[in-house]
Design a protein around this ligand. Structure first.
Ligand code: XMP
Length: 506
């Protein structure tokens, strides 16, 4: 196993995913974890992540120096290189020419880190203001950037790089991580399909002959969970689907159709009226999320109480949900509230079963496809937030606005599928803004709603970029919306990156 010491980088999860893709199990621990704690569990190597700090900042994340001197292979990345140099008495200074984005590096010395890389000069992705100016004793510089900054250093089995090998923009990034794993002599025994067998036996043991409940939304996590538990527990597992009235056009029918072959025995609850009446007059996004979260739990609880002998609640919790996160923006900054099945009331006393706690979403997808035979439209469905269309209608939610948004969104998704783009995107949807605009239709002046379209690509949903549509495609989509959806006379496209914007509008 490899442990990744997280110093607050947005890319820490990418490192773990890359290492796992190379067949080695990787876990993330916060920087303040003790060396003793880090070194247990048959550890084979340590990677120190990047982070948005300078080693000279007050309160900059610092792990224990002993991690570097424990005799295990270490790879420092970006801030990981700077902090490693700092802790070993090297010199880190603020750079005159900061390096952000792509740059070239040149390999100066042979090193196992660069084995198999066919060129001495190649492109890497950097994002740093500080640089290592004086290397710690015994270290040698093995690569420099075109600005003559130190790009990589090494002493025995301790390596550090200023760039990010875990992102796709870095050429040979995977090879360098693979080479580091070779240095670690790490066992290549991680694959989601093999993990599946462990999940099945652990879950079988945990639930025995007990009855359980869980939510199902038609998304990949909850669907995979339900299919898995149907296999293990048969009819003793009861998936519950709550229609909160905030779903997309024909969504319930579509979910029913795609899950039908699995005979899951889903209980569908039509709670549309309850949710919509609770949301009447509410415009604040946090308030909407809170109301929907609470109402969901109440509906779910009422239903679950009717199932006799229920002993456990199954949840599709993933590894990113359980990682103890290092605050990046400072403790005081307000981060958008995410409200899902927050937990059932204390007095229900259900044991929580979370078979996917160790997995990333791409690993759940691999299991869903290869082990459980879930169809593509579920496995690769874009994520849809728990509060549904309520956070895609800016301001108060009404039946009329829901109806406009449903039609516009359905046109967008239908066109994306026809154009062969849907599965290239990470998420795409329409938003009903709370703006009305003037238009002309025939000889008439109109004053109607404005739809905003969002289409993003991302590997982790922590950062994202907007998708650059060819003009004809966008024009076609916008024309269809304006012609076919009553109440819409203007379509705009959201070209904001995350950060600073979020993916959803609310
Ligand atoms: P943001 O808007 O924070 O979204 O950039 C990142 C990802 O999270 C989804 N999202 C939510 N999912 N409940 C959810 O289950 C929520 O309240 C919620 N808010 C955002 C969003 O769709 C995107 O995939």
């Amino acid at each position: 196993m490899i442990k990744i010491v997280d110093c607050g980088s947005q890319l820490t999860q990418n490192i773990a995913r890359r290492v796992r893709e190379l067949g080695v199990f990787a876990e993330i621990v916060p920087f303040h974890t003790s060396t003793r704690e880090i070194l247990k569990d048959g550890l084979e190597g340590v990677i120190i992540s990047g982070g948005p700090f300078s080693v000279h900042d007050e309160g900059a994340p610092m792990y224990e120096r002993q991690i570097l001197t424990a005799g295990l292979p270490v790879l420092g990345i970006c801030y990981g290189q700077q902090s490693l140099a700092h802790l070993l008495d090297g010199k880190v200074v603020s750079a005159e020419n900061r390096e952000y984005g792509e740059t070239q590096i040149h390999i100066h010395k042979e090193s196992r880190l660069f084995e198999g890389i066919p060129r001495a000069e190649f492109r890497v992705w950097m994002s740093h203001g500080d640089v290592v100016q004086g290397v710690p004793e015994g270290f040698r510089v093995i690569a420099k950037s075109k600005n003559n900054h130190i790009a990589a250093i090494q002493k025995d089995h301790i390596y550090a790089v200023q760039f990010h090998p875990e992102v796709d923009h870095t050429e040979y990034g995977r090879s360098m991580l693979d080479n580091f794993l070779k240095v670690c002599n790490a066992r290549r025994d991680w694959e989601p399909e093999r993990e599946y067998d462990r999940i099945v036996s652990e879950t079988t043991e945990k639930i025995g002959a007990k009855a359980g409940v869980g939510g199902i939304s038609g998304g990949v996590d909850s669907s995979t969970l339900s299919v898995l538990l149907r296999k293990i527990a048969g009819r003793r597992y009861h998936p519950i689907f709550v229609d909160n009235g905030l779903l997309r056009l024909n969504e319930v029918e579509q979910v029913k159709a795609s899950l039908e072959p699995f005979d899951l025995g889903v209980t569908y609850i039509d709670a549309q009226a309850r949710f919509l009446s609770k949301l009447r007059g509410v415009a604040d996004p946090d308030e909407k999320r809170k109301i929907i979260g609470h109402e969901f739990i109440r509906v779910f609880e009422e239903q679950a109480r009717d199932i006799p002998q229920t002993k456990y609640l199954a949840q599709g919790t993933l590894y990113p949900d359980v990682i103890e996160s290092v605050p990046v923006y400072g403790a005081s900054s307000k981060i958008k509230r995410h409200h899902n099945v927050g937990g059932l009331p204390e007095d229900m006393k259900l044991e929580v079963v979370e078979p996917f706690r160790r997995l990333f979403k791409d690993e759940v997808r691999a299991i869903a496809e290869s082990k459980l035979g879930l169809p593509k439209e579920i496995v690769w469905r874009h994520p849809f937030p728990g509060p549904g269309l309520a956070v895609r209608i800016v301001g108060e939610v009404t039946e009329q606005k829901l109806s406009i948004l449903r039609k516009a969104d359905a046109i967008f998704i239908e066109e994306l599928k026809k154009m062969g783009i849907y599965y290239k995107l990470s998420q795409a949807f329409a938003v009903l803004t709370n703006v009305s605009s003037v238009g002309v239709m025939g000889d008439e002046q109109t004053y109607q709603g404005v739809i905003a379209l969002r289409a993003v690509t991302t590997s982790d949903f922590m950062t994202s970029d907007w998708y650059d549509f060819p003009k004809e495609q966008m024009t076609h989509i916008a024309n269809r919306m304006i012609n076919e959806v009553n109440g819409v006379n203007r379509v705009v496209y959201d070209v904001s990156q995350k950060p600073p914007s979020t993916i959803e509008w609310e």
